[in-house]
Design a protein around this ligand. Structure first.
Ligand code: IMP
Ligand code: MG
Length: 179
């Protein structure tokens, strides 16, 4: 597994420090609001678990899954809801938690969806942001790190369902997905 990684972008220690900062920002912005934190599965699961504990304020959680990628490493631009949240979101302050924003298609669609359901507010927290690849008009309110256009894995991020359990974020060797 580690041998398929070309270089480590963010170590486990660095990630922990950044997530603590993001949790602090959310705690400050949402104090007394009991936000609904929505984990966008599967990629955000590791980040989400760390983030909600770092925030340390009263909040509730839910899960949603969308797909736009299939098994490949290039976005197809389609968004399909695979798993729905299990509650009424109207009047709630919602924070959509995502592993990475690439084209922005999925989050753009999700943000509109939660707004149309009457959420009091909808913000986006993404651990990584590949800003250069954005095609949909969407910005994250909280970002861990902005990164160059490279395919990364680890800390929840996968390639063909592998590498999610790596404790760091690394660039996947091209040979792995170009063969
Ligand atoms: P978007 O809709 O194009 O912004 O796609 C975002 C989704 O694409 C993320 O939630 C990831 O699942 C996936 N994705 C984008 N870039 C990467 C990457 O470098 N590694 C792993 N997954 C990625
Ligand atoms: Mg994802």
């Amino acid at each position: 597994m580690h041998k398929d990684v070309e270089k480590i972008l963010f170590s486990e220690e660095r990630i922990a420090r950044r997530v603590a900062e993001l949790g602090g920002e959310i705690a400050r912005d949402y104090e007394g609001e009991a936000p609904l934190m929505v984990c966008i599965l599967k990629g955000a699961c590791v980040f989400f678990a760390d983030l909600i504990r770092a925030a340390g304020i009263p909040l509730s959680i839910d899960f949603m899954a969308v797909s736009s990628y299939g098994a490949g490493s290039v976005s197809s631009g389609r968004v399909k809801i695979e798993k729905e949240v299990g509650q009424d979101v109207s009047g709630r302050h919602v924070v959509l938690v995502e592993d990475i924003i690439d084209t922005g298609n999925s989050l753009c669609a999700l943000k509109e969806l939660f707004s149309s359901r009457g959420a009091a507010s909808v913000k986006i927290c993404a651990f990584l942001d590949k800003k250069a690849r954005r095609t949909a008009p969407v910005e994250a309110d909280y970002v861990g790190y902005e990164i160059e256009d490279a395919f990364v894995v680890g800390y929840g991020l996968d390639y063909a369902e592998r590498y999610r359990q790596l404790p760091y974020i690394g660039v996947l060797r091209k040979e792995v997905y170009e063969k």
